[in-house]
Write a protein that binds this ligand. Sequence first.
Ligand SMILES: [Zn+2]
Length: 511
Amino acid sequence: MRNKIVAITLSLVLLLSLMPGPASGAAAKVKIAKEKQAVLDWLSRPETVEKFGRISDKIWDYAELGLQEFNSSKLLADTLEAAGFTVERDLAGMPTCFVATYGSGKPVIGLLGEFDALPMLSQKGRVPKQDPVVEGAPGHGCGHNAMCTAAAAAAIAVKEAMVAHGLKGTIKVFGSPAEEIVASRPYMIRAGLFEGVDAVIDNHSSSGFGTGYGVGGNALFSTIFTFKGKTAHSAGAPWVGRSALDAVEIMNVATNYLREHLPLSQRMHYVVLDGGEAPNVVPDKARVWYYVRNTDERLEDMYRRVVDCAKAGALAAGVELSSMQVVSAIHQRHANKAMAELIQKNIDLVGMPAWSEEEQAFAKALQKELGAKETGMPATVDELEAPRGGQATGGGSSDVGDVTLIAPTATIGFPGAAPGAIGHHWSNVACWRGSTAWKGLNAGAKAIAASALDLLTKPEELGKLRKEFEEYAKTHPYKPFLPADANPPNDLNKELMDKYRGLLEKALEIK
Ligand SMILES: [Zn+2]
């Protein structure tokens, strides 16, 4: 009981510190439509902030890897269903994929939402030095726990405004599994889930609050190469055997020579999934998982050369290249300028959340630990990011890329991480549980909802970004890199998640 009182007191303190920051102040200066004000007010309510904050924390606790997000996906889908959305689950061959829909007819506005974690990054929330919850377990090192949560909060806010003000149209949340292995959107598009969608608002966790347009990131082939050889006694009669591991090693040597002769836009990395069990048995099976990244124009040629390296490895080792499983294959991001401009206005309107002293202190402690500048949390939102141009486009990839080629799309980066926290690293995991995540995702939800509302209520704004998109599509028609016979890698993370799920539940007392 005492614990309960302490918990209630704590949550009251937390709620007071989470009351809306600059949004209401900014709103006072700019004249905003009553529907949009209703959406912002609904999201500013302390009970809304707390509800979605707790959902985000829960998904952080689950820390489920791609296509194993059974609890996370269910929590989000159930939340949307309870709010009056029609939810379809188990879509596009992926049990954790869902689409939640409210309303009917045109326009149809889609919101993207991710919820998967990363392996090996387990870390206690809001502890500014490395300290895992469970050593070696997954963790939310990219803030995806807050992302579909922000989309769900925004969608429900928009629904409330649609009901209150009799607005026409449809709002959809695309519950997208496995973004960390870029493995859902090409399959979701192939299954026709985005048909009829007029515009898509994406979101991603960040330390800043901003958006941008133009071509970004890298296209990617994610492929597992499997080699099959013959076992033998490694000392007694090694000449009888043919080592599948040799083929992997020769392939890796070949690809590392290949790097020199690729344009600077390339990125290429691999992990060995299987390389034998013991040195005294010649391994008859070996698997290596490659990420091959480049621009849309250069990707297929680079991939063909990597496949040649695999074939060369098999030939030299005298083994068979028994399979090349394309886990996923995706395009670069082609973000819509008119959409980004519309989003930027709403980011300016919402403004950067006001951070508490405790939050500033945590950010500075983390920055100190990382050897970064001790600047604390950011005070202002970012300016609209224009394309940087040049050859190098930035290394990362997201399967949002394919969506940007089938509907006008832009991404809202919302705050929550301390500047200097490193992506895909324990420091990011530490940031994405608790108060800064709650405030950041709430600010993100406001920008998403306000932008969705603009697209639902202002046909001229939607027309502008549709026109830009249709012009662009003439020179960039969507042709998936994903081979027609590829299937979602539903079991890729199963073993790892099975190993850690119970340990995380026990450590965090998840019920
Ligand atoms: Zn991410």
